[in-house]
Write a protein that binds this ligand. Structure first.
Ligand SMILES: *Cc1c(COP(=O)(O)O)cnc(C)c1O
Length: 219
């Protein structure tokens, strides 16, 4: 199967309300170009330098999503062009994004990443940290960020019940956040689901799936 065929197949299984992020990390420009020519316009990368290099080379109507862990000192390299930052996992990072967005005279869209998996290694906020952020005057004063929703990664396991529980948890965090109607938010996005679990994620309320290996092959 070609990249174009993989994309077409996956798109045919997605409800219209679900956005497909083609995760192109580690893949060469030629692979991204093939996806672009098959009309894919949303790409996900997990390293800022690699994303910036690809942004320079590729057509400018692509939406670049940063899906990986972000170090605060590197935000400046993507602030001019990034379309959505999925992995906002600390207040410190959000403040830096706000600052760099202001320097670039724009508003940067963000997702708050939550720790929903059992593994210790996965980054993310918990609900207490979320509440501290949205209650803080510093957050209220931010002019250059907009929160579109939440992102999370389930435990890497064959146990479907476990994964379902974690996705359902993320959906409930989103619903609670939305009910509070905080400032600087336009809550419409739940980013959950990868090649191995996106169908289950959609059943649990995902509106944005991040798919790499099922499109571009293994890494
Ligand atoms: C790599 C990656 C993906 C895509 O994973 P696949 O299993 O290749 O679909 C999705 N989300 C994040 C955060 C990733 O780092």
């Amino acid at each position: 199967m070609t990249i174009a065929q993989n994309l077409q197949h996956i798109q045919s299984t997605l409800p219209e309300t679900v956005t497909l992020v083609a995760v192109s990390k580690t893949k060469p420009i030629s692979d991204l170009t093939e996806a672009y020519e098959a009309n894919q316009r949303v790409f996900g990368e997990n390293k800022i330098q690699e994303m910036a290099d690809k942004w320079e080379e590729m057509p400018k109507d692509i939406q670049w999503h940063m899906i990986g862990h972000v170090q605060t000192n590197k935000v400046k390299y993507m602030a001019p062009f990034v379309s959505l930052i999925h992995g906002v996992d600390s207040f410190k990072l959000l403040k830096e994004i706000n600052k760099q967005a202001a320097k670039n005279n724009r508003i940067i869209d963000c997702l708050l990443q939550f720790h929903i998996a059992k593994e210790e290694t996965k980054f993310g906020l918990d609900e207490q940290e979320l509440n501290e952020i949205i209650a803080s005057p510093e957050f209220s004063a931010m002019q250059n960020i907009r929160i579109l929703g939440v992102m999370g990664m389930a435990t890497f396991t064959d146990n479907q019940n476990q994964v379902k529980k974690e996705f359902t948890h993320l959906k409930s965090i989103f619903d609670n956040l939305k009910a509070q109607n905080p400032v600087h938010c336009n809550l419409n996005t739940i980013s959950m689901g990868m090649s191995g679990d996106y169908q289950l994620a959609i059943e649990c309320g995902s509106t944005m799936v991040r798919i790499g290996s099922s499109i571009f092959g293994g890494r």
